[in-house]
Design a binder for this molecule. Structure first.
Ligand code: FAD
Length: 463
């Protein structure tokens, strides 16, 4: 029977392992920690259902609904409350509604008339050269102007990447944006014209994709995958060394070693950087250590409803850097998925740190609490003591696809071609979101299944 080792039991590794097991491949997931799920962790406590890591999945690809269907989780899937579609961005120290449609944009308070006029001119701005690699900041300044950068892109990037638009590569961090310009010559034109192509492929744009979770939070997805993989997961088994042999890949974990036909590397890039790999073609992943992963602290606060002035009628609020607040943004978690806080209570999840304030990773809890509550009081009119609070620090949270990231992607493509049986997937390869990670794990499983099934077909011909 074909055998595959999956290194890393986050959503990427678990998805790949489940898909391979379905195809009759013997899989072993090596997970360094005491639990699977990676950064996903939903916890029920004191009447709250809190997400300590990610909050929701964007249903951008049919592969996500297929995974949910195959895990028999359709009846447990929850779509975010339609009333939580509204988003706010801070301007002048206050949350201001983000326009939801082109018509709303014209009357919105968030942007000046100058910024609106700049946006209208976007279809007439020529595209950049296909080979030029621009930062997101350069791209936005060229096409949309400074105000759009400061009050739309900067807070959006803080919310998604916890990153810096001046360093992120538009081509690698926002490949669809880059492709719209290259293909249609304009983002606005591309939004309309690209809709037909997306419909044909079954893909949904991130702006219009539905946000999903489950009745017990994202943990339900992890538990279902772990259940399907019972007996295939080795916890507290950090892998540090791989060795290519005549018959496959020898995986060294916690003092033991076993040979597999193929290996999928689904641990974070900063962990892979220290892997010792001996192979027929020399491989070093040391340069992965240069990929930046800024820290993020998430704080889940519960409040009495009567202690919050803001109606919390939306997804959340994002903070532009120019507003000089402490937090990157806040999600109105109990509005997004109702019934996650006790009666007459609400939940707000706050994020701090990122590329903007990486030093906060070393701040003590009382400092983080003070900074977060100060901003919430200013933005949402919170008062009194929170009724629930939980702090999680991700010391290396999200990989930054900065200018030059293409060299890591090319390196992975090259290794997969030149060292048969070694594969890469996850947030450092195919995009940083949960939906990207699921699609990445699913895609890796198809590539690996093709490889191992071809190997066993050749073996049976020889026999
Ligand atoms: C605070 C935060 C909020 C987020 N919010 C959202 C959101 O709301 N929506 C969204 O779409 N995305 C969100 N993301 C991004 C998304 O959650 C991640 O990109 C995604 O979960 C990555 O999954 P993964 O399996 O690739 O990696 P991970 O979840 O990092 O899993 C990797 C696993 O590998 C294990 N490992 C590490 N080293 C080794 C080793 N040597 N041997 C074996 N195992 C090893 C780790 O212990 C871990 O379990 C968020 C991320 C963070 C940090």
């Amino acid at each position: 029977m074909n055998s595959v080792a999956i290194i890393g039991g986050g959503i990427t590794g678990l998805t790949a392992a489940f898909r391979l097991k379905q195809r009759g491949v013997r899989v072993t997931v090596f997970e360094a920690g005491p639990r699977v799920g990676g950064v996903i962790q939903s916890v029920c406590s004191d009447g709250y259902l809190a997400e300590f890591g990610p909050n929701s999945i964007l249903e951008t690809s049919p592969r996500i609904s297929e995974l949910i269907r195959d895990l028999k989780l359709e009846s447990r899937r929850m779509y975010s409350d339609p009333r939580a579609e509204k988003r706010f961005i801070v301007r002048g120290g206050k949350p201001v509604l983000v326009p939801g449609s082109p018509l709303d944009f014209l009357t919105a308070d968030l942007f000046s008339w100058r910024a609106k006029a700049h946006l209208m001119a976007e279809p007439f701005i020529s595209r950049s050269g296909a080979d030029e690699e621009e930062s997101l900041e350069q791209f936005v300044l060229r096409r949309l102007g400074r105000e759009f950068l400061d009050y739309a892109i900067n807070p959006f990037v803080a919310g998604v990447y916890a990153g810096d638009p001046a360093r992120l590569s538009v081509k690698h961090a926002f490949p669809k944006l880059h492709a719209l310009e290259q293909k249609y010559g304009s983002l606005i034109r591309g939004q309309f014209l690209g809709a037909r192509a997306r419909k044909k492929s079954g893909e949904v744009s991130k702006q219009s994709a539905k946000k999903i979770s489950f009745d017990g939070g994202l943990q339900v997805l992890i538990d279902a995958l772990a259940n399907e993989l019972a007996g295939n997961v080795q916890l507290q088994s950090p892998v540090q060394e791989l060795e290519q042999t005549e018959s496959g890949w020898r995986v060294h974990a916690s003092g033991t070693a076993e040979t597999f036909d193929a290996v999928l590397l689904a641990a974070p890039a900063h962990k892979l950087a220290s892997f010792k790999i001996s192979s027929h073609n020399p491989i070093s992943l040391a340069s992965f250590g240069d990929i930046k992963y800024p820290p993020v602290t998430s704080v889940v606060f519960g409040f009495r409803r009567s202690d919050v002035e803001h109606s919390l009628d939306g997804f959340g609020v994002l903070v532009p850097e120019v507003e000089k607040l402490n937090i990157l943004g806040a999600i109105f978690s109990s509005s997004l998925f109702p019934h996650r806080a006790p009666k007459d209570h609400v939940t707000v999840t706050v994020y701090l740190g990122g590329s903007r304030s990486p030093e906060l990773v070393n701040a003590d809890r009382s400092t983080i609490r003070r900074l977060a509550l100060k901003d919430l009081a200013k933005l949402l009119g919170t008062k009194g003591e929170p009724t629930f609070e939980h702090y999680t620090t991700f010391r290396q949270a999200i990989p930054q696809y900065e200018i030059g990231y293409g060299r890591y992607k090319s390196m992975m493509d090259e290794i997969e071609t030149q060292s048969p049986g070694l594969y890469f997937a996850g947030h450092y390869r195919d995009g940083i979101s949960l939906s990207d990670s699921i699609v990445s794990g699913d895609g890796a499983a198809s590539r690996i299944a093709g490889f191992v099934e071809k190997g066993s077909a050749q073996e049976s011909l020889i026999v």
